[in-house]
Design a protein around this ligand. Structure first.
Ligand SMILES: Cc1ncc(COP(=O)(O)O)c(C=O)c1O
Length: 443
């Protein structure tokens, strides 16, 4: 065979046998997915139904998922949560318009704004989760913004965020219901939140629609996601909206894994996530003793975000040290490491992690967090900026130019500039401190 660089890299990575504390949620555990799933790589046939025209087995599988999650309608996606987010935004604002967005959002949402010509009105989180974390959007800020923008077509939130921090969905949903505006939630990281000791799933707490990246925390192949709809007016148009963005060749193994995961949740979900919560809680206590606190306030009880910087250990160094000890985290920035445990991690994985945490030690100095610069002026819409001709310039030459990309010191955090906003001297000084030295700008 000729060279196979990607296949070879994957093989080499697999040989390291690190304990996976990253997505996907199945962790390649032997009991997570049937081995013969690959042999189900079929296409649309009379027996296999068709995703966007579902009338048979896919429709029935979607209806069963809707029942389990308490949705009026659930749609399968083999194009990740990204496809669910595009569909959700299209249902709320098919011809553009204003939507209120929290500023902690995934780049797929910014891209969807451009595709749909949506104008964002930003709501900033309040720093209620502790140092180095974006924090939470509060219902009073949403109420104020809705009073200022009564023509807003929806409110859009990310909850939980990448760090597992949860917004107060019941309070925010209450405001949205009063103002008769749909609440859309990017629940990419919280698909499992209905299971466990408390039901924290945003759909159960009053959201009108949720986009759920099932593959992140459940036994689902990468790319499998659910769009749950509670808002009745979204239901009829949902398939048509999804078909605008999705591939006409959705993967059957991925869709089959969504169906299997739903069946697994029905049978074992509560017990599996309740016991995972206990295991995670024990690790949090250990981490706390070692000087690595977790975020403050309401959080996903299964996410491990450990603020190692509090003990003088840079999160990125901590992640590298854990890798050397056979543990692969999901993400690290200067302040913390993020680990995604699921019921498919073994006890051996958890022991390795505990062992690794105990061995962490300071290496390079921890960078102090700097206060965010003021929100810049908005000159072009995300659509105008993202679809315009662009060029990359050095950071110092970007002052006064219009950003063609979001810039964020730690990508899941709050971007200091978004596409279409004017780059200020203050923003440049801020980004330089985080090692960002070039920017894509509109030509
Ligand atoms: C908050 C958030 N939303 C959406 C997405 C996109 O999900 P997917 O990769 O399933 O398309 C991600 C991916 O990491 C994410 O972190």
């Amino acid at each position: 065979m000729t060279e196979t660089p990607l296949y070879t890299a994957l093989l080499e990575h697999q040989r390291k046998s690190r304990s996976s504390f990253h997505t996907p949620g199945h962790k390649s555990a032997p009991d997570a997915l049937p081995e013969h799933l690959l042999s189900f790589d079929f296409t649309e046939l009379p027996d296999t139904d068709s995703l966007y025209e579902a009338q048979g087995a896919i429709l029935e599988a979607e209806q069963r998922a809707a029942t389990v999650f308490g949705a009026a309608r659930t749609l399968f996606s083999a194009g990740g949560c990204t496809l669910c987010l595009q569909t959700m935004l299209c249902l709320a604002a098919p011809c553009g318009g204003i939507i209120l967005f929290d500023r902690i959002l995934h780049r797929s949402v910014v891209n969807a704004m451009a595709l749909l010509d949506i104008t964002p009105v930003w709501i900033l989180p309040r720093p209620t989760a502790g140092a180095g974390l974006p924090g939470r959007i509060e219902s009073r800020d949403i109420e104020d913004a809705l009073n200022r923008h009564p023509n807003a077509k929806a409110v859009f939130l990310t909850s939980p965020d990448y760090y597992g921090v949860l917004a107060d969905i019941p309070a925010i949903a209450g405001v949205c219901q009063e103002k008769e505006v749909p609440l859309l939630v990017d629940n990419a990281h919280g698909t499992h939140l209905r299971f466990g000791t408390e039901n924290l799933h945003p759909l159960s707490l009053g959201a009108s629609a949720t986009a759920c990246s099932a593959h992140k925390t459940l036994p689902v192949l990468t790319g499998g996601a659910w769009l749950h709809l509670a808002e009745p007016s979204f239901v009829d148009e949902a398939k048509r909206a999804m078909a605008l963005f999705g591939s006409t060749s959705p993967s059957y193994p991925i869709m089959a894994s969504l169906d299997l995961a739903r069946a697994w949740l029905e049978e074992k979900g509560h017990a599996a996530f309740s016991s995972l919560e206990q295991r995670v809680s024990a690790i949090r206590l250990l981490a706390e003793d070692l000087g690595f606190p977790s975020p403050l306030g309401l959080c996903d009880p299964t996410r491990l975000t450990l603020r190692t910087a509090q003990a003088g250990i840079c999160g990125k160094d901590a992640a590298e040290q854990l890798r050397q000890m056979g543990v692969e985290p999901e993400y690290a920035d200067d302040a913390q490491i993020v680990l995604i445990p699921t019921p498919f991690n073994s006890e051996e994985d958890f022991r390795r992690l505990e062992h690794g945490l105990k061995a962490l030690h300071p290496q390079s100095p921890v960078t102090a967090a700097h206060p965010l610069p003021e929100l810049p002026d908005y000159v072009l819409s995300p659509r105008q900026a993202l679809l315009a001709p662009q060029e990359t310039v050095s950071l110092s030459n970007s002052v006064g130019r219009i950003a063609a990309e979001a810039a964020c010191p730690c990508p899941p955090g709050v971007p200091v500039v978004m596409p279409g906003e004017k780059i200020t001297r203050e923003i440049v000084d801020f980004l330089r401190r985080y090692g960002i030295f070039a920017m894509k700008v509109v030509k």
